[in-house]
Unconditional design. Structure first.
Lengths: 122, 176
């Protein structure tokens, strides 16, 4: 399976990073990690990239890391279509103080527009 | 995150405790609640999964307990509606990191569409104002017309951020 993991610097992205890399290791998936611009996130793109490299090093998984600029959702979809990916994997949203699931705007855009399967990681 | 609150103050609302008759003629008591989670665990275990909203209440009992424990901590405000001594509705204000409060309300299926939601949410907002809560927000699925109508009626206005869920906000005290 050819998988595109899209992450910004939000907490659910970082959780998705760990789980998706673990999953790629188990399943032997071909993984690409795309780091998107998320203005709401607390981490910068280079910090996220460093985090992704660490996780790959720890798990011994090989994956390309790409840093995307511009509109995150449409950039992800473009890469997914151009690279014939089977699946896009994203963080599954943050929870509000009350515990309600709140889907991020990137996940919403990708869900509504993707032609591939989309997996949201909780 | 910056959220736009309405200029107008919502309400006024009476603070609980009070009692009212619902549209089915049942006598409903609204009061503040800080009596431990057990009666609420019982209420939520009867909750119809169809009426869940954005993942809450959770469906299994352990998760319901964990969720309720997080809601009944010191800074959250809980108000319940009771019929014949049992809780049949629960509304809450939970502080966020910006000094405002997130609101949610749940009413058991057999007690919906009887005016209890209005009675309960007004009690919660009355209690919130009594405790110095200024700004309240919530998120609701856009298709949930009964809920959005209720929130609008008691003074919430869409802050519209264009996402799946509709976000609404209300002001309980005048802007400075």
């Amino acid at each position: 399976m050819k998988t595109l993991l899209g992450i910004g610097g939000s907490e659910d992205s970082l959780r998705a990073l760990e789980k998706a890399v673990e999953r790629a290791k188990e399943a032997g998936d071909e993984l690409t990690i795309a780091i998107v611009e998320n203005p709401d996130a607390s981490l910068s793109q280079s910090e996220v990239e460093a985090r992704a490299s660490d996780v790959l090093a720890e798990t011994g998984v090989e994956a390309d890391i790409e840093t995307l600029t511009g509109h995150p959702g449409s950039q992800l979809l473009e890469i997914a279509e151009r690279g014939s990916y089977d699946r896009i994997v994203l963080g599954g949203g943050e929870t509000s103080p009350l515990g309600k699931v709140q889907l991020g705007s990137i996940a919403e855009f990708v869900l509504l527009n993707a032609r591939t399967t989309v997996t949201l990681i909780r | 995150m910056t959220r736009e609150y309405p200029d107008d103050v919502a309400g006024p609302y009476e603070a609980p405790p009070y009692e009212f008759e619902d549209r089915e003629g049942r006598s409903i008591e609204v009061q503040r609640y800080d009596d431990g989670i057990e009666p609420l665990v019982e209420m939520y275990s009867e909750f119809d999964p169809e009426d869940r909203a954005q993942g809450i209440p959770p469906t299994n009992e352990d998760q319901i307990r964990t969720w309720l424990e997080s809601l009944t901590d010191a800074d959250a405000l809980n108000v319940i509606a009771q019929h014949d001594g049992d809780p049949i509705g629960h509304a809450m204000l939970v502080p966020d990191d910006d000094g405002s409060f997130e609101l949610a309300i749940f009413v058991l299926g057999a007690y919906q569409n009887a005016g209890i939601g209005t009675g309960l949410i007004e009690g919660l907002l009355g209690a919130g104002r009594e405790d110095g809560v200024d700004l309240v927000w919530l998120s609701v699925e856009r298709w949930n017309k009964p809920a959005t109508a209720l929130y609008r009626k008691v003074g919430f206005r869409p802050t519209d951020d264009g996402s799946f869920e509709l976000e609404m906000a209300a002001r309980l005290t005048p802007a400075e």
